[in-house]
Design a protein. Structure first.
Lengths: 295, 296
């Protein structure tokens, strides 16, 4: 039993993977709460795919990944923003058309460059291939993101819950939106090399949605979503190590299982819990109607 | 001049190129028909989710040797039911439910395939348009043909429930059943496109041509016809491009398709950005409200 936990820790790549996933859990847990509150899953999916060509360019040319992908993220966000302003197209079709095209550009780039790096490695991330420098980068970026979030959390919160009110108060609604999209893009960008394109959405959405089933207070929600991400991340890394699975995908499967557990057994309003409570509640309600009748 | 002719005719002499062109033409028709409804209803995210979520079904089909079609359909229906079931509890928004379940299913599929199936994952994810077999063509033709016939037979019901589900429900149409039918059609489109473009880029095949067509016309059947036209154009163009430049086939088509979309978005006579900015520039007064709305 002890070996199960201690033995992997002796391998440096597991140490690095655990450190990376722990750092990412904190960033992703905090940002993800707003992604879930505002229903931005599809946008985060589009962002993660649209940054893909930048990943490819960085791999092929050896340019700094962060710089290239930030540039790509900005270009794609502006493009989606412009396209979705056209009422004929609609938000969803705009996001879909733009991101598939940009994603395809990345695949064409790979095939044109005849890169010997395997496509699936870029697509699904290499959690077992991150180095300490990657972890340091994530820590640096994470500190900046969290400081910004902490500094203007009230404005963010108001803006995502009640836009009209926040606008009436004179808050720069669009500016706050853009700032949040930028933070989300940065979060996606730092996580991408480790967890991959699809998995990043799960990391952003599943932990806060799980936490949401357990609490309604925002502070607790944020804390819980970090804890859930951490739990899923660490458990996923251990499982992937012992069973020799794709690490990024394993983390996501564990997270999904945690969500299902919370959905059914949450003490507040889990599906099974509610059913049990309803059965208990039947009796008292009958009594109270009897009392009413007897009066 | 003869160089231009050669550019087109030389690839056409290759058997695999002819098959690829035929396959993409068939897919263009099917996805144009189905995609028009997808764009109209604005359900791109759930379509994208379904196309990713069928991966574990494909993996299990490979593993146990039953047909890919069955595996993908079952996986698609299970995930669709899970999403709508969880969204109906009201505790998780639909957007989040989609995000949770499709990533979970997709990751499960990645694990299953990497552990068990000898075929490379990227072949399944991105297809091999130049490796389409005669059997694939027949599958596309038969299933696609059946789907088009089904849509044509139910065109009025589908159209009404897509445009105005309240009215459709009031008229006694089984709106939920029709929605389910649309999802099944989408899942089938994903499955028959699998050998050619794979399940990640199929979203583009479904929505980009229809979104492009919507920028050009208002009439429903013209949108459908134009969508098929756009898909044929970019499909053939992408194949030639990929043949001559040596690029990935499916991805070239998708890239070209988005490019066409962006060009139309900028230049469309009615709804294009250029004409919008021009009309704003000339109209120096605030927009007057629609007389039919103000006169009630």
């Amino acid at each position: 039993m002890l070996d199960f936990f201690v033995k992997p820790l002796q391998a440096p790549f597991v140490q690095q993977a655990l450190a990376e996933i722990a750092v990412l859990s904190v960033i992703v847990g905090v940002i993800g709460v707003y992604v879930v509150l505002r229903g931005l899953s599809f946008l985060s999916l589009a962002l993660s795919h649209a940054i893909f060509p930048a990943v490819v360019v960085a791999y092929i040319t050896g340019l700094n990944y962060l710089v290239v992908s930030l540039a790509a993220g900005v270009v794609v966000s502006v493009l989606i923003g412009l396209v979705s302003r056209n009422r004929r197209v609609g938000n969803e079709a705009a996001i879909g058309s733009v991101y598939t095209g940009v994603f395809a550009l990345g695949i064409v780039l790979i095939s044109a460059a005849k890169s010997n790096r395997r496509l699936s490695e870029i697509l699904f991330g290499r959690l077992f291939g991150v180095g300490w420098d990657d972890v340091l980068t994530s820590i640096g970026v994470g500190v900046v993101v969290l400081l910004i979030m902490a500094a203007i959390r009230k404005e963010f919160l108001l803006n995502s819950f009640d836009r009209n009110f926040s606008r009436a108060l004179g808050l720069p609604s669009i500016g706050l939106d853009l700032l949040f999209f930028a933070l989300m893009a940065v979060t996606v960008i730092v996580s991408l090399p480790a967890v991959g394109n699809i998995q990043i959405i799960a990391l952003l959405v599943t932990p806060p949605a799980t936490a949401r089933l357990l609490t309604e207070r925002l502070k607790v929600l944020t804390l819980l979503s970090v804890v859930v991400a951490l739990l899923g991340g660490v458990a996923g890394v251990y499982l992937a190590y012992h069973l020799n699975l794709v690490p990024g995908a394993t983390v996501v499967v564990v997270l999904t299982l945690l969500f299902l557990l919370a959905l059914f057994f949450s003490p507040r309003n889990g599906l099974l819990t509610r059913r049990l409570q309803r059965r208990k509640r039947v009796k008292p309600s009958k009594q109270s109607t009897n009392q009413l009748v007897s009066k | 001049m003869s160089q231009i002719v050669d550019w087109f005719s030389v690839p056409f002499e290759q058997e695999f190129m002819r098959r690829a062109l035929l396959e993409i033409a068939l897919l263009a028709i099917v996805s144009g028909v189905v995609g028009t409804f997808v764009v109209l209803k604005g359900i791109a995210f759930i379509v994208d989710a379904l196309s990713h979520a069928i991966l574990p079904g494909i993996a299990l089909a490979y593993l146990f040797g039953f047909s890919l079609l069955t595996g993908a359909l079952v996986a698609g229906v299970v995930v669709a039911l899970a999403i709508s079931g969880v969204a109906h509890t009201g505790q998780v928004s639909e957007d989040s439910a989609i995000g949770i379940f499709f990533t979970g299913a997709f990751s499960l599929g990645v694990i299953l395939i990497s552990k068990t199936v000898s075929r490379s994952l990227s072949d399944i994810l991105f297809g091999q348009i130049f490796g389409v077999s005669e059997g694939d063509l027949w599958t596309t033709f038969l299933i696609g043909g059946g789907m088009v016939v089904a849509v044509l037979a139910l065109r009025k019901e589908l159209l009404l429930s897509a445009f105005d589900s309240q009215q459709a429900r009031a008229m006694g149409l089984p709106v939920d059943g029709l929605n389910l039918l649309l999802y099944v059609l989408v899942a089938l489109t994903v499955v028959i496109s699998l050998p050619a473009v794979g399940n990640i880029l199929v979203l583009s095949l479904l929505i980009t041509p229809a979104a492009t067509a919507r920028l050009l016309t208002d009439r429903f059947y013209r949108v459908m016809g134009l969508a098929i036209g756009c898909a044929l154009l970019t499909g053939a163009g992408g194949l030639y491009l990929s043949y001559h430049a040596g690029w990935a086939g499916g991805a070239s088509i998708v890239m070209l398709s988005t490019l066409l979309f962006l060009v139309v978005l900028a230049l469309s006579p009615r709804y294009g950005l250029v004409s919008y900015w021009r009309s704003r520039f000339y109209r120096r007064q605030p927009i007057t409200p629609n007389p039919s709305e103000s006169g009630n």
